[in-house]
Design a binder for this molecule. Structure first.
Ligand code: MN
Length: 406
């Protein structure tokens, strides 16, 4: 290996995720994470080793690079894996090609034109249905037939590290029929993963479950912030609006679907049988360990949730097939959220709403304070990695601090 990769690094030789970084003397540009370093792809291109128009690597987002297609982007990943392991390769003895991640600023990896959020964890949908409706009818009648989703807001999706202000809005106080306006009192995270599409379709075209993976460039961690009190008052009849669109954070490195391939597993059994356009072949879930930590101001982080992407009832191929079955077109750089990823155990729930069960079971922090929801000054950190037979492929983290309402 021509660069040291610490053991247990998320960014092993098996990963090679793509992102956009800058440093004091390097403008925002494409790079890949390797161990604690970033390989500067613009600097690599200057060695004349790529056979495509490398101007795409100098862009402030990866959309144009992704648009080259998987044949090229996968080859770049493979070549880099090969070069990094060859002591005599074109990358050897060229320290100027690498920068420390700690010296770099990460940016949004793609321009996101459209954002859709699904609701595909059966445990999460059941928990929310139990809390807000009748426990006996927690799942709506459509839930096992449709990968339920809604169109979110792309403009407020930001990169890990950017602080957000507590949102303000209308809420309905308990036992009152007059709404009030003010900062949300029930600010929550949603532990999600998102996939980013790497190919366009034309209006009127559909993507089958068989083809879906060709259209998925890669995945990121997604913290889909939610204001539960605003949500409760506004969501009937048209669904999520201002409770959801004030901010969502994504992790800066896009892990390709190819890097995740060794971690495929079967998903939960789908019963009743789905309609033919949602049927699929093969294993389409992924075993990705997920965790959420809360770090109150000046206090050590407390991990509050361990979950796994493999719990998803609906897989990404079904989500994309469903999304396009009516002819809705998709674009390179679109983001598709999984929905909150909860497991069966109480410590695997992917939101404060569920972890503290609507405020009835507050969580203890290391400084002795309690959390029913997220407080000002709290930093919420999500991490994810897959590991099998000594191969580790991870996402790093998505982290953001909550500042008081403006
Ligand atoms: Mn969500």
């Amino acid at each position: 290996m021509i660069i040291n990769i610490p053991e247990n690094s998320d960014f092993s030789i098996h990963n090679i995720p793509f992102g956009i970084f800058s440093t004091e003397d390097r403008t925002p540009r494409a790079g890949v994470a390797i161990g604690e370093h970033i390989l500067d792809l613009v600097a690599v291109a200057e060695l004349d080793v790529f056979d495509f128009n490398t101007a795409v690597l100098e862009k402030e987002v990866l959309n144009d690079f992704i648009s080259l297609g998987k044949e090229i982007t996968n080859r770049v990943r493979k070549d880099i894996q090969h070069w990094l392991q060859d002591e005599d390769s074109v990358l050897a003895r060229k320290p100027e090609l690498f920068v420390l991640q700690s010296d770099a600023q990460m940016h949004m990896p793609v321009y996101i034109g459209d954002y859709t959020d699904f609701y595909s964890s059966i445990e999460h949908a059941t928990n929310v249905g139990t809390m807000f409706r009748d426990p006996a009818k927690a799942l709506m009648p459509n839930w096992k037939h449709i990968p339920v989703g809604y169109h979110g807001r792309a403009s407020s999706i930001v990169a890990s590290g950017e602080p957000i202000h507590r949102p303000k809005g209308q809420t309905l106080p308990k036992d009152s029929d007059t709404p009030i306006f003010g900062p949300s009192q029930r600010l929550d995270f949603e532990l999600e993963m998102g996939f980013i599409t790497g190919k366009n379709t034309n209006l009127g075209e559909s993507i089958s479950t068989d083809e879906a993976e060709d259209y998925i460039f890669g995945m990121v961690l997604l913290n889909d912030w939610s204001a539960r009190d605003i949500q409760k008052w506004e969501y009937v009849p048209l669904g999520p609006f201002l409770a959801k669109n004030f901010a969502s954070h994504i992790s800066p490195w896009i892990v390709t679907l190819e890097a995740l391939d060794p971690f495929r597993v079967s998903g939960p059994e789908q019963n009743p049988k789905v309609l033919p356009y949602l049927e699929f072949e093969g294993t389409k879930n992924y075993d990705i360990n997920l965790e959420v930590g809360i770090s109150p101001e000046n206090t050590e982080e407390q991990v509050v949730c361990h979950s796994n992407f493999k719990y998803m009832y609906w897989n990404m191929a079904q989500q994309l097939a469903h999304h396009t079955v009516n002819g809705c077109n998709i674009n390179i750089g679109d983001l598709y959220g999984s929905g909150t990823i909860s497991g069966k155990d109480e410590n695997s729930y992917g939101s404060m709403l569920e972890l503290a069960w609507m405020g009835t079971k507050p969580l203890k922090m290391k400084d002795g304070s309690e959390r029913k929801f997220i407080q000002d000054g709290d930093t919420v950190i999500m991490r994810g990695f897959a590991e099998k037979e000594g191969k580790r492929v991870g996402f790093g983290e998505v982290s953001a601090k909550v500042l008081p309402a403006k």
